[in-house]
Write a protein that binds this ligand. Structure first.
Ligand code: AMP
Ligand code: ZN
Length: 114
């Protein structure tokens, strides 16, 4: 899976600074930020979409969420608010097929999303 962009980032093969890393999760800034804070959180292990989360990944979404919450606190947006987004497949708006959670904040979000 080394052709996968986010696998390459997780392995440190690209010059992308990490905002958080642990045994299972890596976080880095989105290259096209949609908000003043726009961070991507990914599992080190390749999982293509959230629809493919399996029993072996039981704690993965929890780990992504807790890392996102921690970054939100560090960025000072935990009280003002933020949005966690996971796009799945084409109509969900997914463009990179390595599971990722978006952390968006620093401005008011709209609802419904586009
Ligand atoms: P999604 O549309 O949910 O699949 O989100 C993919 C996200 O990855 C988009 O917000 C892109 O801006 C972001 N992205 C694509 N390539 C890179 C990269 N090399 N470094 C950081 N973010 C990226
Ligand atoms: Zn991957």
């Amino acid at each position: 899976m080394s052709e996968c962009l986010f696998c390459r980032i997780a392995k440190g093969e690209l010059p992308v600074p990490f905002l958080h890393e642990d045994e299972e999760v890596v976080a880095f800034a989105d290259i096209h930020p949609q908000a003043p804070v726009h961070v991507l959180l990914i599992p080190r292990r390749h999982v293509a979409t959230v629809a493919e989360i399996g029993t072996e990944d039981e704690t993965l979404m929890d780990r992504l969420t807790r890392a996102a919450n921690r970054i939100a606190r560090e960025k000072g947006i935990d009280r003002s608010g933020y949005r966690l987004v996971v796009n799945c497949n084409a109509e969900g708006g997914q463009t990179v097929f390595h599971l990722h959670m978006h952390l968006l904040g620093g401005r008011s979000m709209q609802w419904p999303p586009g």
